[in-house]
Design a protein around this ligand. Structure first.
Ligand code: NIG
Ligand code: FE
Length: 418
């Protein structure tokens, strides 16, 4: 009998076990899926076990050398920030002041500021400088619970500088021990050297994409379809190039006006339509048919003092999953905490704290096409966060604050504050 137990323990030997945790598993379609007195076990970066401690197959120290006592902390899946622009040079605090004095985001963009001013600062920085400037922002996101981070290009706007941005994004993942998904956003704004030649610029973007993809730098493709961005026809050309390469697409859609962006990206089976403040009900229906996620970006809504809400009731009634992301960028959303984005989603968009958490985990994973993460269940990535909170709603309730005990990515503790 003793020999049999020992053999079983050896067979299931894991890399680590966490006990004495209150798990927020998010299994099922609703509810937090709480397991009191829960345990996690992981091996090779994946969860081998997530359940009540009492159902562990053996004593924790028979299962793994590393046994972590969570000391009653709440434990959620690692947060997933599915829409960011954290790699950029400089800042736009001056533009923030201009807007406070009455200038609009569109006016500043049309006067040669906005995205194009960040393009100048990003081009000026060499790869090491860009990395040094961008890393603290990504680290702040990680230290507040993010274990998977999407990062877009889009401030280089030529082959060399778009490549530089994407390489910096990959390097950040290695440095911080978290997963990075890169998105090519060449069609973000028209660089000055292409003034009056937007179609020629789009042709250049379509020519760069296969090169960057061949270098392993592109996981998905995005565009800014807007009056101050690119037309639907231009966006379509970029998406057709992506499709030919087998790359998934997503879109900055209907942020400042209803340009039919949500329906456009849904027509390409897109992963997500993002912003979506002005999306029509027909756009929502198209997203539902395509399985596209609505990525809500309340940081940009807040900073631009927008008043038109995304069609939240339509998303709910059509069953379109809603993700929440920071959109961390120097212009519209200098936001370095995904928890704060969750809070803003509750306050501005009336999401429940549970919807906001699903939006930053399960639904964000869907928006990145990564079904291996976002819940605490055996078979998923061992990405999880220990929080010093009294109940899960506090994740969206506190505006800032230091709530993290530890962030684990692939089982490994990549940030601790114990
Ligand atoms: O998601 N809308 C376009 N892109 C960004 C803004 C980028 C910027 O202003 O630098 C956004 O809001
Ligand atoms: Fe954005």
């Amino acid at each position: 009998m003793e020999a049999a137990v020992a053999t079983e323990a050896v067979d299931v030997r894991w890399d680590g076990v966490l006990v004495n945790a209150r798990l927020v598993t998010l299994t099922g379609d609703a509810g937090y899926g709480v397991i009191e007195d829960g345990a996690l076990g992981w091996r090779d970066g994946m969860l081998a076990f997530a359940g009540p401690r009492a159902t562990l197959p053996a004593a924790p120290d028979a299962l793994a050398d590393e046994v972590v006592d969570a000391q009653g902390d709440w434990v959620t899946p690692g947060l997933i920030d599915c829409h960011t622009h954290v790699v950029f040079g400089g800042d736009r605090a001056g533009e923030f002041e201009q807007r406070l004095q009455g200038a609009s985001y569109e006016e500043i963009a049309r006067a040669g500021g906005g995205i194009v001013s960040t393009v100048r600062a990003t081009r000026e920085a060499d790869e090491d400088e860009l990395f040094a400037q961008s890393l603290p922002r990504a680290r702040a996101l990680r230290d507040d619970g993010v274990t998977t981070l999407e990062i877009k290009s889009g401030y280089g706007l030529d082959l060399e500088n778009e490549r530089k941005m994407l390489r910096v994004a990959r390097r950040i993942g290695g440095e911080l021990g978290i997963t990075i998904r890169t998105t090519f956003l060449g069609a973000h704004a028209l660089p000055p050297e292409y003034a009056g030649r937007a179609d020629d610029y789009i042709a250049a973007v379509c020519a760069w994409l296969p090169t960057l993809h061949a270098e392993g730098l592109v996981d998905a493709v995005d565009a800014f379809c807007e009056r101050i961005g690119f037309t639907a026809a231009q966006t379509q050309r970029v998406f057709e190039t992506a499709r030919a390469l087998g790359l998934p697409v997503k879109l900055h859609a209907d942020q400042l006006s209803d340009g039919g962006g949500a329906a456009l990206v849904a027509g390409f089976g897109g992963l997500s339509a993002d912003h979506v403040e002005y999306t029509s009900e027909a756009g929502v229906a198209a997203m539902k048919r395509a399985g596209s996620v609505a990525v809500l970006l309340p940081g940009a809504f807040h900073v631009l003092r927008e008043t038109t809400l995304p069609p939240l009731d339509a998303f709910r009634s059509h069953g379109v999953p809603m993700a929440v992301a920071t959109d961390c960028n120097p212009g519209t959303s200098p936001l370095q905490s995904l928890r704060l984005a969750m809070s803003l989603a509750c306050t501005h968009f009336r999401l429940t704290p549970e919807e906001a958490l699903r939006g930053a985990t399960v639904h964000a994973a869907q928006a990145l096409g990564m079904p291996d993460r976002g819940r605490l269940v055996a078979g998923q990535r061992a990405d999880f966060v220990r929080w010093r909170i009294g109940q899960p709603a506090q994740l969206a309730y506190w505006l800032g604050g230091d709530l993290v005990s530890a962030v684990h990515a692939g089982g490994r503790a990549v940030a601790t504050d114990l």
